[in-house]
Design a protein around this ligand. Structure first.
Ligand code: 9MJ
Length: 669
């Protein structure tokens, strides 16, 4: 490349990359996909590597610089980094507003209001628009020089945008981690066998105080500006205008910031942000009110160590310390066993919390929560409270470890936990009261036993009134038991009873599917029925036998064996057979030979005579498979009227397309 062209390209790449940083971090509106950004970045890196004479400290490639530090040096803040006073109750806010009104001699004060970021306060110094120094708050007067770490934070511009830059500008703001990035970071920590962070704030603090900037560079830190401590250029008239100016210079500011008037404006804002709190991308612990006119701020001045012109109105804490009195196990609808910490009652996030989920056994081990421990409990909005971390220093000598029970605390069936899964489950699917409603609904569903009318509401009532405990009880229902239920006319009760009787004549495949064995869906149930021919052969099958069935792998085989090993389940099956459920049994099916064996079909559009379920049943009965979407694995697409994108895709992929007549013809051969 000619020297001029090279210079031009490097400059273009630098400004292009900074533009995308801005779009992404400051305006929250990425313009190009991440991959394209990475490509530009790599191109710039390569040009700079080939031409070291072009390197420049404000190039976006220079965010991660040199070697780790031995320690941070101290920085004395030119203007102290004071914190705001806190208000918790409305009266305290009213008192603040009164002081402002009296201090300024006005009836109504105009305020700038903004979220209170729950991160770490920092200060950034820009000289002629170039980022030169960044420091933590420390004790407010002296902090630590974390410039190298802050250079790695992509939402902090290394060079401010716009033309006229003040010679000296000192920006104040907060470094934090977005909640979704925090979840990802903890997943990575977990995968690497490292300790997880208790919350985004701790993660941000730990990341900012790394002596090796390369580590900080891997952490998803963000920055938001909320003030200016010093500027060599004149400032705008109001705080709101000042924030807009920082934004135009490329610094991220809170989108939720607003301007309001008087006490009612403050309290409305508090309520509005409080309601939106859980949907924000980051944690906040309150809102901040500042007198909007900067001249008025000056006039009000400071008391002790805090400005008089502003106050932080805090939300109720979302984390609090308490003790674990017991760890019990709850059984969910699907049989999942969840350890739950029973806590000494504690007030968190505006409510009293007495339980917190521990998710699963691995989580209990990872967090090392023991009975008797002091823990910090976290609650975010409507989310179930969880144990965030253990305070190890407070662990009593007699703290006890949690042991997952070997049998279900609800029904006594064996608990199963496949080695590669985190969740332990009750294996008494057909019998366990905790799983009853779910099991019954599945049993009666259309593609299982197909009992029309036995839906949510009815199952709910039948179980709650103790009329039905297991699917076998369905076949003991009579008119007398049904008509006493809410909203159950004699006619519909009659219809349901007819549907129940009709369901007795079924197929082995439907019956196996209806049992609700974990990992056994409709297709597997069909394969099992075809392979074993009879229920007893299936019940007696060992894992090795099951692995012979097409598409049955070790996980499915293990869950089938466990299901039939549970005596409670066998009792229910015996009762169902006793109730007269019947299906055609036979020898293990000989390998069927038909034109559709092993072929994958996709159905689309409306066929002239067959319903979609009918076509599916026919194809599957003859050994074909029916898939939901068209892919390279599709052999045939059966298209009816108003077929849409699936047909188009099939045409693109050159897949054979059949109409109903051709399908029927094929099924015959
Ligand atoms: C936070 N933490 O969000 C201030 N803050 O202003 C906001 N903190 C502050 N303003 C003066 N939004 C001192 C501290």
């Amino acid at each position: 490349m000619a020297a001029d062209a090279l210079l031009e390209r490097v400059a273009a790449l630098r400004s292009e990359i900074e533009r995308h940083n801005q779009a992404y971090y400051v305006h929250d509106q990425p313009i190009i996909p991440d991959a394209e950004y990475d490509r530009l970045f790599r191109e710039l890196q390569q040009l700079e590597a080939e031409h070291p004479e072009l390197s420049s400290p404000d190039s976006p490639t220079q965010r991660v610089g040199g070697a780790p530090l031995a320690e941070f040096s101290q920085v004395t803040h030119g203007v102290p980094m004071l914190s705001l006073n806190n208000a918790f109750a409305e009266e305290e806010v009213a008192a603040f507003d009164r002081r402002c009104r009296e201090g300024l001699g006005v009836e109504v004060v105009d305020y700038a209001v903004e979220p209170k970021f729950d991160g770490l306060a920092i200060t950034l110094i820009y000289e002629n628009g170039i980022f030169t120094c960044g420091a933590t708050r420390g004790d407010g007067y002296t902090g630590e020089d974390v410039t190298l770490n802050l250079r790695t934070v992509r939402s902090i511009p290394l060079r401010l945008s716009g033309t006229a830059q003040p010679e000296h500008l000192e920006v104040r703001g907060e470094v934090l981690i977005f909640r979704r990035d925090f979840e990802k970071l903890n997943q990575q920590q977990r995968a690497a066998g490292l300790k997880e962070f208790a919350n985004p704030r701790n993660a941000a603090a730990g990341s900012l105080r790394q002596l090796d900037p390369k580590i900080t560079a891997q952490r998803p830190l963000r920055f938001f500006a909320y003030g200016v401590a010093a500027s060599s250029a004149p400032l705008p008239e109001t705080h709101a205008a000042l924030m807009a100016q920082l934004h135009s210079r490329g610094l991220p500011v809170a989108e939720e910031a607003a301007a309001v008037s008087g006490l009612s404006g403050l309290l409305d804002y508090y309520a509005r942000i409080g309601a939106a709190r859980d949907s924000l991308a980051y944690d906040i612990d309150g809102v901040v009110y500042k007198v909007n006119r900067l001249a008025d701020q000056q006039k009000l001045g400071f008391v002790a160590r805090a400005p008089r012109f502003g106050i932080a109105h805090k939300f109720p804490a979302q984390e609090a310390l308490t003790t674990v009195e017991a760890i019990e196990v709850q059984v969910g609808r699907t049989g999942a066993l969840t350890p739950v910490a029973r806590l000494a009652p504690v007030f968190v996030g505006g409510v009293t919390v007495t339980n917190a989920t521990l998710h699963n056994e691995d989580e209990v081990r990872r967090k090392d929560v023991r009975i008797g421990d002091t823990v910090s409990v976290r609650r975010a909005g409507d989310v179930i409270p969880e144990v965030a971390a253990v305070v190890l220093e407070k662990r009593p000598g007699n703290a006890r470890e949690f042991v997952m029970p070997a049998t279900c605390p609800v029904c006594g069936s064996q608990v199963e936990k496949p080695a590669d899964e985190a969740i332990a489950r009750c294996s008494g699917g057909l019998y366990c009261p905790a799983q009853r409603k779910q099991a019954l609904l599945h049993f009666a569903s259309r593609r299982a036993m197909d009992i029309e009318g036995l839906g949510d509401k009815l199952v709910e009532q039948l179980v709650d009134h103790d009329i039905i405990k297991t699917p076998a009880d369905i076949y003991r229902l009579d008119l007398g038991k049904l008509v006493n239920l809410e909203r159950m006319a004699e006619k519909s009760a009659g219809n349901i009873l007819v549907a129940i009787v009709q369901s007795k004549q079924t197929t082995l495949a439907r019956f196996v599917y209806a049992l609700g064995i974990r990992n056994v869906g409709e297709a597997t149930a069909k394969d099992l029925a075809r392979h074993f021919g009879s229920l007893d052969a299936l019940i007696g099958a060992g894992e090795a036998d099951l692995l012979q069935v097409s598409d049955v792998g070790p996980v499915v085989a293990a869950s089938i064996v466990r299901f039939f090993a549970e005596p409670h389940n066998l009792e229910v099956i015996a009762a169902l057979r006793g109730a007269g459920l019947a299906w055609q049994e036979g020898e293990a099916a000989a390998v069927v030979s038909s034109a559709v064996v092993g072929k994958t079909f996709v159905l689309t559009g409306t066929l002239p005579t067959l319903s979609r379920d009918q076509a599916k049943d026919m194809i599957e009965a003859l050994g074909g498979k029916v898939a939901g979407s068209v892919s390279g694995k599709t052999d045939y697409v059966v298209a009816g009227a108003a077929a849409g994108s699936k047909l188009e895709k099939a045409q693109q992929l050159g897949i054979s397309i059949l109409d109903e007549a051709q399908l029927l013809e094929m099924l015959k051969t």
